[in-house]
Ligand binder design. Structure first.
Ligand code: FAD
Length: 195
């Protein structure tokens, strides 16, 4: 796919875009580059009615589970995912799944990889800027890889490199950075907490 930068401000054909909506390289709203929470369905469509219904069911079960765990319902944030189970991924679901795959694969990568293992890992990582469906995500990664090429020399090197790449995205999205010490990475992606 074309990995040109995203657009959020100019919409060649119609009214201004809702905040957070990303246009793809073809100038149309890009489904896989945009979080579904930024898509606003038409107010009076039957689809919208269905969403409202399932949202209220979800909200009810969130409140029930808060009560079951002895939480103060008034203070319980009710963030309801109204998506049906068979909904395709958005940029967040795809991102979470991809990071899970990459960090976990790094956590189990050999301390001393063979030349074949290194070559395959390099191929996998270099494929991302070409194949990753979120075009602006792919584009940023490709640019970063030019100045910071993947370290496939060892389990530690790869885990750390991925952590730094993920932190670059975290920073761009205004999220907290992760501690890239190998103990923290292993705890998160391989061993779990010690207790
Ligand atoms: P995620 O960021 O998906 O993280 C999942 C878990 O990983 C966290 O819960 C945490 O436990 C752990 N973690 C967090 N940081 C690190 C780290 N540095 N090292 C190790 N573990 C960590 N979204 C965009 O909106 N714009 C982009 O340009 C964009 N680029 C992306 C590029 C790539 C290559 C990928 C894979 C994803 C990209 N995303 C992008 C998606 C984005 O990074 C998140 O996946 C998405 O916003 C969901 O975030 P989250 O808060 O659920 O946790």
């Amino acid at each position: 796919p074309d990995v040109s930068s995203p657009t959020t401000s100019s919409n060649p054909s119609t009214a201004p875009l809702p905040p957070g909506m990303i246009l793809g390289p073809d100038g149309k709203p890009c489904k896989i580059c945009t979080a579904f929470r930024h898509w606003k369905p038409p107010k009076d469509s039957s689809k919208s009615r269905k969403q409202t219904q399932s949202a209220s069911v979800g909200a009810t079960s969130a409140v029930m589970s808060a009560l079951a765990f002895g939480q103060n319902v008034a203070q319980t944030p009710v963030e309801v995912d109204t998506r049906p189970d068979n909904c395709p991924p958005d940029v967040e679901v795809l991102g979470r799944a991809t990071w899970t795959f990459l960090h976990t694969t790094a956590a189990y990568y050999p301390e001393k990889p063979t030349p074949t293992q290194r070559a395959n890992m390099l191929m996998l990582l270099k494929s991302l800027p070409v194949l990753y469906p979120c075009s602006h995500c792919a584009s940023h990664l490709g640019e970063n890889m030019k100045t910071s090429p993947p370290d496939v020399s060892s389990r530690y090197g790869l885990s750390r490199w991925l952590c730094l790449q993920h932190n670059e995205v975290n920073e761009r999205l205004g999220k907290k950075k992760f501690d890239c010490a190998i103990e923290k990475l292993d705890e998160r992606w391989k061993d779990g907490p010690s207790d």
